[in-house]
Design a binder for this molecule. Sequence first.
Ligand code: MCA
Ligand code: AMP
Length: 499
Amino acid sequence: MLVDGLFAETSDDSGALVVAGRSLSRQELVGWATAVADDIQGAAVVAVHATPTVETVVGVLAGLIGGVPVVPLPPDSGPAELAHLLGNSGAEIVLTEQPDLLADLPAGTRRPAVLPIARTNRSSTSYPEPPAGHPALILYTSGTTGPPKGALISRAAIAADLDALAQAWQWTPDDTLVHGLPLFHVHGLVLGVLGPLRLGGRLVHTGRPTPQAYAAAGGTLYFGVPTVWSRISADESAARALRGARLLVSGSAALPVPVFHRLAELAGQPPLERYGMTETLITVSGRAAGERRPGQVGLPVAGVRTRLVDDSSAPVPSDGESIGELQVSGPTLFSGYLGAGAGAGAGGAGAGTGAGFDAGAGTRSGARAGAGTAETVDGGWFATGDVATIGADGWHRIVGRASTDLIKSGGYRIGAGEVEDALLSHPAVAEAAVVGTPHDDLGEQVTAYVVAEGVNAEQLIEFVAARLSVHKRPRQVHLVDGLPRNAMGKVAKKLLTAG
Ligand code: MCA
Ligand code: AMP
């Protein structure tokens, strides 16, 4: 058994993991990860430098085996981003193959110990299963303003979600899952790595999600964000190579309808769409055995309930036409944002566990690790910020986001405020407003409107790139004389893109 509770026992070693061309049997994986778990014992939180490698899988599994919450670090994080992730999470150890990873941290930043994952020793130490509400992962995700927030994802939430998806997608140990998604988000890490570890079967992680790599992998089950599916649908031979697959799954952003139809034609089936969030995991999905509808994301998965509300929190009818904010409830919800103060408990996920990460759950976490949920979870319902319709037959359509300040580019969630703050830290910049604008390949691109003197657009893009992950840098910067503001003095972002 890998880990009691969270991971299933597999009767043989067939379910190997292949990451970027390197293969590992389950037995090797567990022995290696347990040896790392032995070394991180006593840490409140461990960070894992989440490169697309076997080492990342080992590092994350080490935390799960040893009961130490894991913060995956995007490998292209800038120094200030790293400082925030490490400081905010209270990570005491960073697992990385890059010994100088923390060399450029700003002066005065607390430096966790750096440990390599690569090692020759293996271990068979047996660790007790932590409480179900204990945080397995702390996933940093962007809000509309400020730096990313750490969402506490419990072991119970992960287990509930993966089991619900196994049911919806008929996902079994006979499957070979193929994807090349980043290993620091729900899609690539929770579904894409912990999925096969819990449910059995083989994983082939392609390093990068290119059409050629997907075509060559020979899987039964494929995961991709819409940008990946769009690139595959534009590559006829890659798309045709997927004809042998059992199921193609799309999520993290809206799948363009033409891509749905093109894949139906070339790959012999359209992707099955599913919807989720870092804070809720995957809550709504099509069914492997059911119909696929372009532009719709399916029905709630087992254990999840959904509802629509209007601006005054009044119910909105499920008639397929009325639009409201989507709220979700169920055992897959997160336990709160790190450091948000003690909260009421996030419905099913945190319930009965003291919100998982407080002293009450018996962890070694420090005082800063209180999990607050009151801010976002009301009576067990989480307000997603997504605007949707629900049909009389239960099918959900995501219409868009309530706020223009959260951008989805290539499936990455990007807070406008974080990019604006980076731009404003340039001495020549007086004002900055960042919005998402339509982009054929990425869904949305990061576009900035900036009031500045003595600096050009390229210099500003490079300036942001030096501070934030690659996908957060603006693709386009418009230098303008002033920003339109409403009577309250707030930037009227809709006017920026209106014409
Ligand atoms: C990027 N580049 C740029 C700029 N931005 N160059 C100049 N100016 C810019 N502003 C560079 C990149 O560094 C890269 O260079 C090259 O352009 C191509 O970048 P890009 O077009 O972004 O393509 P890509 O690097 O191939 O990335 C596309 C991608 C990626 C593979 C689809 O966006 C991706 O992995 N997305 C997945 C995100 C994800 O997993 N989200 C899930 C969140 P070079 O080639 O030299 O490197 S979880 C979630 O949403 C919920 C739970 C859910 O429902 O799943
Ligand atoms: P993240 O926190 O990065 O997990 O992003 C979650 C957001 O991605 C959701 O709030 C939605 O706006 C968007 N999203 C995820 N899946 C879909 C989908 N299938 N269709 C449309 N939007 C989606």
